[in-house]
Design a protein around this ligand. Structure first.
Ligand SMILES: [Zn+2]
Length: 339
């Protein structure tokens, strides 16, 4: 709470807030792993706090989230942000104790449970008495959720040991992969560009067409050109402004990035040099971010950079970013040939 209240935190971008949430959550679940059971009301409060902070930059908010929390808690490959699902984490942290009971680990309390509660009954089939304590019934409830994993030995095959992370993946990770992950989470892009790219991939930026549907504004006219309906496909890049910027970027990269389906186009293009492909993705991501920023600035104070100026700024920042990555050994010298 104190970190969220700190001065200046509200001014963070979505990406900055995401880093803070991840650090808060990781501190919390390190703590949880050492304790027994956390009430659902606490989990709900922490989740609500993180949700409003991510989308609104404050502790409490009744406003709508751009993207539902369940999606945010999916892995990046599944289209999420890789945030911890608190309930699932708590369940799988408790799974450690279930595992100890199943394995009859050498702990005094495990021996006590076998002697007092289970009395020789197989752990998988064990059902607690109605008069048993709340915490014991809760723990048995966790066992019911995880027992298919124990019975089928899903994680036993990994080395005969239960780990919280293996249990966490087993309990909730699906095989549903989104195609656009490599584009959105491109390692050369700035985190704040990735976050806006992620929201665009979900089609959830608050463009005028969506605001109009929500009853928040009276028309759907584009904030930049003032003539067409503003939607994701219009801004990126059917709008005259977006198209002019994209034409300039195409000229620079000597490519033919289309005005629609650009993510699909990028995924399909075959280039000999992977670094070049990533630089192109970083350029497109930066363009998306900057057009969205221009759109917001033109709505608030009427400022709109000329496409030439905007592309100059994007390329300057991209060069700086690549120089930094090169100086830390993350990319090779080859980057100079492509920028
Ligand atoms: Zn427009």
């Amino acid at each position: 709470m104190e970190r969220i209240r700190a001065i200046g935190v509200r001014k963070l971008s979505y990406a900055g807030r995401l880093v803070l949430i991840k650090s808060v959550l990781s501190t919390l679940h390190c703590y949880w792993a050492r304790i027994f059971i956390l009430p659902v009301s606490i989990l709900n409060k922490v989740e609500a706090l993180c949700r409003s902070f991510l989308w609104q930059g404050k502790e409490i908010s009744n406003g709508p989230a751009l993207i539902v929390w369940d999606t945010c808690c999916k892995t990046k490959k599944e289209g999420g942000l890789g945030l911890i699902d608190l309930r699932r984490w708590n369940t799988t942290a408790l799974g450690k104790y279930i595992w100890w009971i199943a394995q009859k680990e050498d702990h005094l309390w495990v021996k006590w449970i076998h002697t007092i509660y289970m009395k020789g009954v197989n752990w998988v089939d064990y059902k607690p008495n109605t008069g048993a304590s709340w915490s014991w019934r809760k723990l048995c409830g966790v066992k019911e959720k995880l027992k298919a994993g124990y019975v089928n030995d899903w994680w036993l095959q990994q080395g005969h040991k239960y780990t919280i992370s293996a249990g966490y993946s087993w309990l909730g990770t699906s095989n549903n992969r989104v195609a656009w992950t490599p584009f959105v989470w491109n390692s050369l892009s700035l985190p704040k560009h990735c976050l806006i790219g992620w929201i665009v991939a979900h089609g959830k930026l608050l463009t005028r067409d969506r605001l109009y549907q929500m009853g928040i504004c009276g028309d759907t006219i584009c904030c930049i050109c003032g003539t067409q309906n503003e939607s994701h496909t219009h801004l990126f890049f059917e709008c005259a402004y977006g198209k002019a910027c994209l034409d300039l970027l195409n000229g620079f990269f000597q490519m033919a990035i289309p005005i629609d389906n650009f993510m699909h186009w990028w995924l399909k293009i075959r280039l000999k040099n992977l670094l070049r492909k990533k630089i192109i993705a970083a350029g497109i991501q930066s363009l998306i971010y900057n057009i969205w920023e221009m759109r917001n600035r033109s709505r608030v104070d009427g400022v709109l950079l000329r496409p030439e100026k905007l592309i100059e700024k994007i390329l300057q920042n991209l060069r700086l970013r690549l120089q930094v990555l090169h100086s830390t050994g993350k990319i090779s010298d080859n980057y100079r040939a492509w920028i």
